[in-house]
Ligand binder design. Structure first.
Ligand code: FAD
Length: 492
């Protein structure tokens, strides 16, 4: 069988098809509460559908069974059975992933972590948090806030995404600039291999140089090696003072200058530096017409700068001096500082809201790229020129593409190139791929800065990883998952 949606993919005949006997086993193991079954109860298909479809509504599978284990032991038994029976599975967290990795392609069994939501322990002295993989990021952060700590990752999907999903995608988010990557902050992982083996590496130590650091393999594996069931992570002290400035600038070159000044003038308190072009802000204004605009005039680019420190007076003075300086030097055209926490949140919505607002037109082609800073925005311009020269972009309905939008975590050299479209269109896709990937490869960038490869970028791994690396990845996959049941059809 080939997929209607992905005609180039064929269902792997090594995998078994679900039977009522399989379903009976899972119901016996997990109880009625732990199984959503449209195999023997077709009326339940509506309940399965949300697990088949991704956040963007772009990827849709044909799964008929969702398993919701409540403990690591249950995950182990589920996976062992699936492995023995050759049933392919898809791990699913909050299902906010943006590359089609979290949903089935054909009839894979979804293993949802939504019932594993226990905060296992917190050490108030070291700041080490241990949680089940299914804990929602915002819940973990709220728990830490009450104790004066902070989860070292924040992103627009925090209300839905799971810590296990964050680890599995190696999510970067809004404050990587300050708190670093999960490869550094995650201290330990508990995971289950397809044969049911529980890997207990829930280390809570900052330092542990004893042989290969195998937990790193699960950080960013996108569910292809095993299920992550528990995470231990080093959390920093919550900053007492958080300030936000929102700037309007005339050009990308000025944004680069502002970043350079921010690094030198704000140094240790700088916690985020985000870029938004005019198109991205137009889209937020269109979708949220009642939202109060941070700045009155029109600017080509906008930057959001956040500082986090321990002394409000000192930090405010520093940020004010910075703003004065960059306006005097005519780097920045206009700027505003949040006066209280409500304004801090309001300013952040102009950055965090972009992803959601982009989806309102119909569809979006999304690219999440690492590019040397000096050339970061050039790709947006080149993509605009390309789509215009092919007659694919314009203001009226006759054109499939509406805009080319650039925004992202500028402080990390990470551009989100987005092309909102009125309808998904083969000509637009062919104009973008492999053009975008070739552009990136020519500059030694990365075709996936933080969202991963999933199904969306499966074919393109070679633009960022050479044959030797891909072949080593395949060997690791074989060692962990010899029957290939973990998230098949995706990038490896
Ligand atoms: P899912 O979407 O459910 O799964 C993602 C992948 O991980 C899939 O391949 C899945 O199979 C696997 N997986 C999930 N849980 C497990 C597990 N327990 N064990 C093994 N494999 C598992 N990403 C960023 O990096 N930075 C951002 O700033 C950012 N902003 C976003 C903003 C919005 C509005 C949205 C919708 C998404 C954003 N993302 C961002 C992408 C996404 O939120 C992150 O990738 C997030 O980490 C995914 O977590 P999840 O629980 O939703 O995982």
């Amino acid at each position: 069988r080939t997929s209607e949606r992905y005609p180039e993919l064929k269902r792997d005949t090594r995998f078994a098809t679900l039977t009522p006997e399989h379903v009976a086993y899972f119901k016996e193991l997990l109880g009625e509460n732990g199984v959503i079954d449209a195999v023997t109860e077709p009326a339940a298909q509506d309940d399965v559908e949300p697990f088949n479809s991704d956040w963007m509504g772009k990827y849709r599978g044909h799964g008929q069974l969702v398993l919701r284990p409540g403990s690591t032991q249950e995950v182990s038994k589920v996976l062992k059975y699936c492995n023995d029976q050759r049933l392919a599975v898809v791990p699913q967290g909050g299902n906010t992933g943006l590359v089609g990795g979290s949903v089935p392609v054909f009839d894979e069994v979804v293993i949802s972590m939504g019932r594993m939501q226990t905060i296992r322990s917190f050490d108030n002295l070291s700041g080490t948090l241990v949680v089940d993989a299914g804990v929602v990021l915002e819940v973990a952060d709220a728990y830490l806030a009450e104790r004066g700590y902070l989860f070292p990752l924040d992103l627009g999907a925090k209300g839905s995404c799971h810590v296990g999903g964050n680890i599995s995608t190696n999510a970067g988010g809004l404050r990587l600039l300050r708190y670093g990557s999960l490869h550094g902050t995650v201290l330990g992982v508990e995971a289950v291999l397809p044969d049911g083996t529980i890997i207990d590496d829930l280390c809570k130590l900052r330092k542990n140089n004893t042989g290969y650091d195998l937990k790193q393999l699960f950080i960013g594996a996108e569910g292809t090696l095993g299920m992550v069931t528990g995470v231990s992570i080093a959390c920093p002290q919550r900053p007492a003072a958080v300030n936000v400035a929102f700037l309007g600038l005339s050009s990308y070159e000025q944004a680069v200058r502002a970043f350079s000044e921010a690094k030198s003038q704000l140094s240790e308190i700088l916690s985020a530096f985000e870029l938004m072009d005019a198109s991205s802000q137009d889209i937020v204004r269109t979708v949220r017409p009642d939202a109060r605009r941070p700045l009155e005039g029109e600017h080509g680019f906008y930057c959001l700068i956040e500082t986090s420190g321990s002394n409000a007076e000192h930090d405010t003075a520093k940020l004010e001096a910075f703003l004065e300086d960059v306006m005097e030097k005519e780097i920045v055209e206009d700027g505003v500082l949040a006066q209280d926490e409500t304004q801090v949140k309001a300013l952040w919505t102009w950055r965090e809201g972009i992803t959601e607002c982009l989806g309102h037109l119909g569809g979006v082609y999304k690219y999440d790229l690492s590019i040397p800073l000096s050339e970061l925005y050039q790709l947006v311009e080149d993509t605009r020129t390309r789509l215009a020269s092919l007659g694919l972009i314009g203001d009226s309905d006759e054109f499939p593409a509406a805009k080319v939008v650039g925004y992202g975590h500028m402080g990390d050299g990470n551009l989100h190139l987005n092309i909102p479209v009125r309808r998904y269109d083969a000509a637009v896709e062919q104009a973008l791929e492999p053009f975008v990937y070739e552009w990136i490869a020519a500059r030694q960038g990365s075709i996936s800065a933080e969202h991963g490869l999933g199904l969306a970028k499966k074919k393109f791994i070679g633009y960022s990883r050479n044959d030797t690396l891909v072949s080593l990845m395949k060997q690791i996959k074989k060692t962990f998952d010899p029957n290939g049941i973990m998230n098949p059809y995706k990038y490896i």
